[in-house]
Design a protein. Structure first.
Length: 104
């Protein structure tokens, strides 16, 4: 999923492992996660801390697309059917009255 990608990857606390962190770091990806309660406290740059807070907005957008706009469909029989389903969900999202927004 992260081939030919570099930069920062913001993830859940559940994705913290030394092997995954080392593998991604060698590929040029810096994984940023929150701290678990049983971990030592460490300093996180302010920008990373703010972006971790913005993850909830992205999660709520994904929830709206999957549950309200019915984006999830498991049996696409062709690529065209998949694209039509994706575009119709995005079109339905455009008509939503309340949309989550990210303010910097």
């Amino acid at each position: 999923l992260t081939d030919k990608v570099f930069g920062k990857l913001y993830a859940d606390k559940g994705y913290i492992s030394q092997t995954l962190f080392g593998k991604l770091f060698n590929d040029g990806i810096h994984i940023v996660t929150g701290l678990r309660s049983n971990m030592k406290q460490r300093l996180i740059p302010l920008y990373d801390k703010l972006m971790l807070r913005k993850r909830s907005i992205i999660e709520s957008l994904n929830d709206m697309l999957k549950n309200v706009a019915q984006l999830v469909h498991t049996r696409h029989r062709s690529v065209h059917n998949f694209l039509i389903n994706l575009l119709s969900a995005i079109g339905a999202y455009c008509f939503f009255a309340v949309k989550p927004e990210v303010n910097f």
